[in-house]
Design a protein around this ligand. Structure first.
Ligand SMILES: NC(=O)c1ccc[n+]([C@@H]2O[C@H](COP(=O)([O-])OP(=O)(O)OC[C@H]3O[C@@H](n4cnc5c(N)ncnc54)[C@H](OP(=O)(O)O)[C@@H]3O)[C@@H](O)[C@H]2O)c1
Length: 301
């Protein structure tokens, strides 16, 4: 697995990250999660994406238990976590409404909880999960700057921000934001056109692409786009040593000139191995556009 710096002189990450949103779907024991973490390392995937809210606030706890089983394991990963989404659930029954909160005190409190749950004293990269429509950028920046100065986070970034939201916050940071983690895949190519990826390129930061397989929708053959993609992948596959649609879909993301980092979401080891194999695929230009065309169901304009 290749490696990259996420920003100039910044954190080094693996070219693909492992995402833990769905980690608890199979109700794994800490031992099984520990095994998954070792599998990631064997594939060269050292960048781990999580969030306070994942598993309704329980994924970080499970990761912490898994890290505790192997002293030193945590230090082999770059841990990315996010804060800012709060929903009513059994863990927080007092909440009435799902909401965003990117104020200074809330970000600091969430970060402290992530550290406690993960059993670590630092987060390598801390992201604001969603733009909070009720918080001024200077308030969010004050929180992120305080965390950077405390050494509890190594770098700060955002997720699901528009280009202008990124610019506004970035202008108030003591250290520049290092990524914008966005939904980008064959069924959601909008970031190519809406300025988000251009903005990352301009700022010299690598975007992160969440749900790189559209959360599994790429394989839902009731969707005409998925049928067209399956046919396109079948015809391209011999040119790429028998690569599967999922590998071509990862390669499609990796090929964008802003160099996005796909965040892999599978719970299956064989699919994790396939994903890691996509790192070596270099799509020919016509095939990149061919996949775009198959997803859209029309020729490029
Ligand atoms: N920043 C944000 O707002 C945000 C939002 C969402 C996600 N994320 C991050 O992005 C990560 C990845 O998201 P994601 O899980 O949606 O990623 P994804 O890789 O697009 O989707 C994973 C889903 O697709 C299924 N799948 C994979 N290959 C398949 C195949 N060949 N056939 C059928 N189903 C297949 C997986 O099932 P199996 O497990 O059975 O393989 C899993 O349910 C998350 O874990 C999280 O870290 C961030």
């Amino acid at each position: 697995m290749k490696r990259s710096q996420i920003s100039p002189g910044g954190l080094e990450v693996s070219r693909m990250a492992y995402g833990t949103w769905r980690l608890l779907q199979t109700q794994p024991s800490p031992q099984e999660v520990n095994r998954r973490l070792h599998e990631c390392l064997e594939l060269g995937i050292t960048t781990l994406d999580t969030a306070e809210i994942y598993g309704l606030y329980e994924v970080e706890l499970k990761l912490g238990e898994a890290f505790a089983l192997s002293p030193g394991l945590r230090d082999q990963f770059e841990i990315i976590t996010k804060a800012g989404i709060y929903v009513p659930c059994s863990y927080h029954p007092q909440r009435r409404t799902a909401h965003y909160n990117a104020t200074e005190p809330r970000l600091v409190k969430s970060l402290e909880k992530s550290l406690r749950f993960l059993g670590t004293d630092r987060i390598d990269l801390f992201l604001v999960h969603r733009p909070d429509w009720l918080t001024r950028a200077d308030d969010t920046a004050t929180g992120l700057n305080a965390l950077l100065h405390s050494g509890k986070i190594g770098a700060a970034g955002v997720s699901n921000y528009s280009a202008s939201q990124f610019d506004l916050l970035n202008g108030q940071m003591d250290q520049p934001l290092v990524t914008n983690q966005i939904e980008f895949h064959l069924l959601r190519p909008e970031p190519i056109h809406d300025g988000t990826l251009h903005q990352c390129e301009k700022s010299g930061v690598l975007p992160m692409a969440w749900s790189p397989l559209a959360g599994g929708q790429l394989f839902d053959l009731t969707n005409p786009a998925a049928v067209r993609l399956a046919l396109a992948a079948e015809s391209m596959s011999p040119r790429y040593n028998g690569a599967t649609l999922e590998q071509l879909a990862y390669a499609w993301i990796l090929a964008h000139p802003s160099h996005p980092i796909p965040v892999i979401g599978t719970n299956k080891i064989e699919r994790l191995q396939l994903a890691a194999g996509a790192d070596a695929l270099v799509l020919e230009r016509e095939d990149w556009y061919g996949l775009w065309e198959a997803a859209q169901g029309r020729r490029i304009p």
